[in-house]
Ligand binder design. Structure first.
Ligand code: 6PG
Length: 246
């Protein structure tokens, strides 16, 4: 079941997402003693991470951060202090503010350089942490996702190999349009989440969002359409600029 909530602007999207993050964290920690969240990259979630870390806002104090495990939905194959690093963005906007236990921060190890080695190492980290049953993907409590104007999500870009990756939790994905590899969670992992939450803001996303939510299903061209949690909730938080037709 897709749920779409439309907000006036990106700041309101992030504030609602912060509320959702805290709610999901409280539920997971209460039920299972820990909260496993995969963070998204790009620019949209910056405001969310800053709100969560700001002790002047009503979010930080509501979470036992020692029980929160941070993962990433995808990463660029750059050093972790590179301006393009999704890890660096989360570290600067949030993690530096409350320094979670190092073992709670499951960074995608781009220092391994080779994309396949990076993917393999991160997959082993996921398996160590979640201890999934044989053949079962790990089950995140929350996976944050963004969407590009081309309908990509995480680093699942249109007509790229990782879209079809099954049996693997993490894939190294060559993205021709970027002339670069990315490392990304695969769809079986994303679709096994208890809750997948897209944050979409900006008029440049409007065409893709309309196509994804209301157009014919063509996930090869619109990977965000492939996000269909098998036993979980799918939420879209969008600003008015990205969702004029809704
Ligand atoms: C990344 C993200 C990617 C992002 C979308 C939207 O590594 O870039 O994981 O999937 O969420 O490209 O990015 P913006 O929020 O910057 O528009």
């Amino acid at each position: 079941m897709d749920h779409l909530r439309v907000f006036p602007d990106a700041a309101a999207v992030c504030r609602a997402a912060a509320e959702e993050f805290v709610r999901a964290a409280s539920e997971a920690i209460g039920a299972r003693g820990r909260f496993a969240a995969a963070l998204s990259g790009g620019s949209t979630p910056r405001g969310l991470y800053a709100l969560l870390a700001d002790d002047g806002e009503p979010f930080r104090g509501r979470v036992d951060w020692s029980r929160v495990h941070f993962f990433w939905g995808d990463e660029r194959c750059v050093p972790s202090d590179h301006p393009e690093s999704n890890y660096r963005m989360a570290r600067e906007t949030m993690l530096e503010k409350f320094s979670p236990p190092p073992e709670n921060v499951h960074r995608i190890p781009t220092e391994l350089l080779d994309p396949e080695k990076i993917a393999g190492s991160y997959e082993r980290d996921l398996r160590r942490f979640f201890k999934p049953a044989a053949g079962e993907p790990p089950r995140f409590d929350l996976i944050l996702l963004g969407m590009g104007p081309d309908g990509h999500t995480a680093s699942l870009f249109p007509r790229t190999e990782a879209l079809g990756a099954r049996g693997r939790l993490v894939a190294a994905n060559w993205v021709e349009k970027l002339r670069a590899h990315r490392v990304t969670l695969t769809l079986p992992v994303i679709n096994n989440a208890r809750r997948a939450l897209f944050l979409v803001a900006g008029g440049d996303k409007a065409k893709a969002l309309d196509a994804v939510l209301r157009g014919p299903r063509r996930p090869e061209d619109l990977p965000a359409q492939a996000v269909r949690p098998v036993d979980g909730e799918l939420w879209w938080f969008a600003d008015r600029a990205a969702s004029p037709a809704f």
